[in-house]
Design a protein around this ligand. Structure first.
Ligand SMILES: Cc1ncc(COP(=O)(O)O)c(C=O)c1O
Length: 437
């Protein structure tokens, strides 16, 4: 399996496209970022003519696989009727109504184009509604790359200052102003005691707690039993809003996201990647009295491309497909994921390679770590194994496409098949054999 054309394109790209890629994480791919030509179902095809079973799924959105027929047909029809009206249209009303039915906390919704943008909207709304200045986030959680929240996502060992559950906030990149640190409080995740202590003393200045309900940008780390319920109780007790960033978990473990899965309803939530089935559309919303600040123009939300008919059409087709037969697709995707995880675990054990597989429903993380040592927060998860890039390359060479870094996720779609799973397990077995030599 060669990558010559990808390598050539990568070299050429550097002359015009900064770093040869569209986003930083894509540059971590060995032996080169792969340049793809097309996707179909569970497969991707690159410029060198290689076929891959895809578990990256565009970093999550392609929950129905590449080019799902019902979405493509709906979008194709919409292309002939207009892609941007700069005004509302019936599809967005229908989509909003559907989401209000599906997502437990949604009473009113709005739409944005990226998750990062939606996070800005809910933070502003939380501050506007409560009149309080600060947002509390957790170490290791990712809420987009904007200045005021790209803080303490994956701090390196040297910059992990402060106590495990009471860390100092750390900027993520040169270029962020120091001033953003004034309005952020960072804590370790999965510890209710520290949240209680913090809200007791600082609840008067904290507008909202924002959390990924299942930590999904650091492998997959589920909430401890009772943790989300505890956050719900404490935020109510101290008059702080609770925001679930379900950019990844929305429509993922089940249709209604992690909030349905765990039965904990936040005040506001973002449902993102899977919503558009590959088109850029994000929903955010929640309690009517809070969202009324948007409805009544007390808090500004704007955006040229918001709720455009093309992406709304894709989202309506995607959600309709996911909801079909009471969400039967989730049982199928989860069963396939379980058999993939079982095959991986069996093969790793046979080759004497300790690995940790952690996930819920059709997404999981695989890391080269002792499976018996619990991982419940960022500090416990910190670090990447040198084995992972070799493992990923060995899989690429065997036609399996996964996340470039160990903290990334494996996603399964409705298009994956049993045949994909058995081919993947065979490829993984060979990759483990090569690693264990
Ligand atoms: C939980 C979470 N929030 C926000 C974002 C930012 O979304 P986007 O990349 O669409 O800006 C991401 C992206 O992966 C995410 O995982």
């Amino acid at each position: 399996m060669g990558f010559d054309k990808s390598k050539e394109l990568f070299e050429r790209a550097q002359g015009a496209l900064a770093g040869g890629v569209g986003a930083q994480v894509r540059s971590f791919s060995l032996p080169t970022p792969i340049y793809f030509e097309r996707g179909e179902g569970s497969k991707l095809y690159d410029v060198d003519g290689n076929e891959y079973i895809d578990y990256l799924l565009g970093y999550g959105p392609l929950i129905l696989g590449h080019c799902p027929e019902s979405v493509v047909e709906a979008v194709r029809a919409q292309l002939d009727s207009g892609t941007l009206f700069g005004s509302p249209h019936e599809t967005i009303v229908e989509l909003a109504e559907k989401l209000v039915e599906i997502v437990p906390c949604y009473e009113l919704v709005r739409f944005s184009n990226t998750g990062s943008e939606a996070v800005q909207a809910v933070q502003r709304l939380a501050r506007g509604f409560t009149g309080k200045p600060k947002i509390l986030k957790f170490e290791g959680h990712y809420h987009g790359w904007y200045d005021n929240i790209y803080i303490s996502h994956l701090p390196e060992a040297l910059s992990m200052i402060g106590l495990e559950n009471d860390p100092w906030p750390v900027l993520g990149t040169p270029g962020q102003p120091q001033s953003v640190l004034q309005d952020i409080v960072v804590l370790g995740w999965n510890d209710l005691e520290i949240v209680e202590r913090t809200l007791r003393t600082r609840g008067h200045e904290i507008a909202a707690i924002i959390t990924e309900p299942i930590m999904s940008n650091c492998g997959v780390i589920p909430p401890n039993a009772g943790y989300l319920e505890g956050l719900r109780e404490l935020t109510q007790k101290y008059d702080v809003l609770l925001i679930f960033d379900e950019v990844i978990t929305g429509f993922r473990p089940c249709l209604g996201g992690a909030q349905e899965y765990y039965g904990v309803t936040p005040d506001l939530a973002i449902f993102a990647k899977a919503l558009g089935g590959g088109y850029p559309i994000i929903s955010w919303g929640g309690r009517r009295d809070i969202m009324d600040f948007i409805a009544q123009r007390k808090v500004v939300h704007a955006g040229t491309f918001n709720a455009n008919p093309l992406c709304a059409t894709a989202a309506l087709a995607t959600v309709t497909e996911l909801a079909r037969d009471n969400g039967a697709v989730y049982a199928r995707m989860t069963a396939l994921t379980d058999s993939l995880k079982a095959g991986i675990a069996e093969s790793a054990a046979a080759h004497g390679i300790p690995i940790r597989l952690q996930g819920i429903g059709p997404f999981f993380g695989l890391s080269f770590r002792d499976p018996d040592v619990p991982i419940t927060n960022y500090r416990e998860a910190h670090g990447e194994s040198p084995l992972y890039p070799q493992f990923r390359l060995a899989l690429l060479e065997r036609g399996v496409h996964i996340f470039p870094t160990e903290k990334g996720l494996w996603y399964l779609s409705a298009a994956h098949t049993e045949n994909d799973i058995s081919r993947t397990i065979a490829a993984i077995d060979e990759a483990f054999a090569a690693l264990s030599k």
